[in-house]
Design a protein around this ligand. Sequence first.
Ligand code: ATP
Length: 391
Amino acid sequence: MKDLILIKYGEIGIKGSNRYLFEDRLIRNMEESLSGINKEVDIYKTHGRVFVEAEGSFERIRERLQKVFGIVGVCSAKETELDFEKIKNAGLELIERELSGKPRTFKVETRRINKDFQYDSMEISRKLGAYILRNTEDLTVDVHDPDIQLDVEIRHKQAYLYASDLPGVKGLPVGSCGKAGLLLSGGIDSPVAGWMAMKRGVEIMPIYFHTPPFTSSRAKEKVLDLSRVLAEYAGGSLQVRIVPFTEVQKALNEKCPEKLLTVIMRRMMMRIAERITNNNEGKALITGESIGQVASQTLESMNVTNAVAQMPVFRPLIGLDKNEIKARAKEIGTYEISIQPYDDCCTIFVPDSPETKPKLRFVEYGEEDLEVERLIEEAVKEAEIITVEAD
Ligand SMILES: Nc1ncnc2c1ncn2[C@@H]1O[C@H](COP(=O)(O)OP(=O)(O)OP(=O)(O)O)[C@@H](O)[C@H]1O
């Protein structure tokens, strides 16, 4: 009998002829995510399922796998020979692990792929269920809504049994749907936006606009800390771009109408982020904006901001309100970092009464004295790349 982990994946299973590409990417991401735990781990695919084997305790492995996108459930499993005595023992051991002293209900569900096995599916479920009932206390059968489901698969060479999956983060494997630049500030929203893009299989490249001395090095550290949390979902590491933005801000303050400073600053961020993303084979930009939160988040402002980008700009939070965003930030572990009080350039360089419904031609006119291309080139050239590792 062998202990192992069985990985359940949902959406990938319906990917038709491309399925293997998603599975291979999932396995690669799992390998990456487990590479830091200092343990010999074997991940393999067989019979359309992914298994993980390792020596010793699985606790840390399970924790990490619960953060790999594409995984729906992480199940404790056992592999046995096709010997019904061994199958019964394995089933009992798995169920006993789930019992925590309080009364619980269970059900056995069997799939028999190997039709030569001595019992059919119904008989296996019944006999195994009866054996477990005889050998445990506080358990009753509930075939409709059990607390614990014990699954049995009778294959040609061996049997697999598994129970109780720990929930995964679902979605699609990161990297299976391309790469995008994430405009990552130190706030609550943009880390959540990045997480949501990763959930849809997008590899993210965080880009932070840093404005020393107006924004402190603590503000930059905060963005790196947020990236470390996101890296837990990105296979363990992320490359963050820190873009020096002071020259741009100064030029804006000197040369642009005050009322339009916010929207022009956004346009500069978009231009620079697009250039960096393009240089790194990224195909889209992601921001943490949602409609109506602050002055710059009107449809008019977004249109004027988008006008400088050729790439699609995705705003995954568009349909969420602040409470929903906060709840998600707490769930993924970025909230406590985001609420640390270090100012971002967007909060420092805000005009008293910003234009909330800017018109493109006025904004273009307002930018006329800016040396846009030079500013972009310099910012891109001076951008620092910092690789962060998940804790
Ligand atoms: N310094 C920055 N570096 C990179 N991106 C930024 C920066 N400041 C703002 N952004 C991007 O612009 C978006 C809107 O910023 P804004 O400050 O208006 O909104 P917010 O709701 O406070 O967002 P957040 O909570 O993400 O800071 C952010 O979500 C982020 O994607």
